[in-house]
Design a binder for this molecule. Structure first.
Ligand SMILES: Cc1ncc(C[n+]2csc(CCOP(=O)(O)OP(=O)(O)O)c2C)c(N)n1
Ligand SMILES: [Mg+2]
Length: 289
């Protein structure tokens, strides 16, 4: 763990380079992020643990294996952009940004408090490292297209990554954006769908069936890569593949489990937008020890 600490320290001081951590090291970080999510939402007494826990490996792979950024200079012009479109999953992003050195880890305990920089949904005017204010679902892919087009116009090398929820894909705006990204041949844009199968009220297949999901993206002109969304090796490979795609955008459909890592939260829609009680926090942290 000392070696991991040294590497993270280096990453905090300089722009992180792809694949600087091993899969084992990233797995340790993923567990740490899960613990933060439980503690933060438990302390706040509200929040969205389910969709934060399902996205842990996706965000870990990005921040510890893929993205170029400098946490000491959040607006570094050459940084890759990560846009969290499903803004209710703010806890997973805050936990990651803190571990990357954007702000102190101790600040995580202020989640959702008045005057905290860490509000329940992301606010780019408050939190260092947050690229887009979100919470109203459906907007992040359109925003990402703007950022990707700007990058192309300015001959910038950066890539744009947008994380969507699968329930969020019920929004018509997602498909307008999907059509536009293919029209503009945005090969500097990668979407990731946290395909946990659930939304606010239960299973997507009952609320609004997305199937055939892969074929929909293909029909809109996207290269589709499907992965196990809790498998860091598969995720890193998928991001490598996405980087090689030319003249079209790529989407990574990541099959995940809502509430992943905590037995009583897994696939349990109750924990979409409900915090664990103090007793539940204790059990969850034991499971994540
Ligand atoms: C435009 C809009 N409509 C409704 C909501 C309320 N809402 C918050 S989260 C959510 C479900 C989202 O499901 P999904 O995108 O699958 O998120 P995840 O399962 O990853 O938590 C809904 C409907 C919202 N935030 N924005
Ligand atoms: Mg979902």
């Amino acid at each position: 763990m000392a070696e991991l600490g040294d590497k993270l320290k280096t990453n905090r001081d300089t722009a992180i380079e792809a694949k600087s951590l091993s899969i084992k090291e990233m797995e340790a970080i993923a567990k740490k992020l899960r613990r933060h999510i439980i503690s933060m939402t438990g302390k706040a007494g509200s929040g969205h643990p389910g969709g934060s826990l399902s996205a842990v490996e996706i965000v870990t792979a990005l921040y510890f294996g893929v993205l170029r950024y400098n946490s000491k200079d959040p607006c570094w012009p050459d940084r890759d952009r990560f846009i969290l479109s499903k803004g209710h999953a703010a806890p997973v992003l805050y936990a990651t940004l803190a571990e990357c050195g954007y702000f102190p880890v101790e600040e995580l305990s202020t989640l959702r408090q008045l005057d905290s920089r860490l509000q329940g949904h992301t606010d780019c005017t408050l939190t260092p490292g947050v690229e887009m204010s979100a919470g109203s679902l459906g907007q992040g892919l359109s925003f990402g297209i703007g950022v990707a087009l700007a990058g192309r116009l300015n001959s910038e090398e950066y890539k744009v990554y947008v994380l969507l929820g699968d329930g969020e894909c019920d929004e018509g705006q997602v498909w307008e954006a999907a059509m536009a990204a293919a029209h503009f041949k945005l090969d500097n844009l990668v979407a990731i769908v946290d395909n946990n199968g659930q939304q606010i009220d239960g299973w997507n297949r009952d609320v609004m069936n997305l199937a055939p999901f892969d074929k929909k993206w293909q029909a809109f002109g996207w290269r589709v890569v499907e992965v196990g969304g809790h498998d860091l090796t598969q995720l890193i490979d998928a991001f490598d593949q996405a980087k090689l795609v030319k003249s079209q955008p790529a989407v990574i459909i990541a099959h995940t489990i809502k509430g992943k890592g905590v037995s009583f939260m897994e696939n349990n829609p109750d924990f979409h937008g409900k915090a664990p009680t103090a007793a539940e926090v204790e059990i969850a942290l034991k499971e994540l020890a």
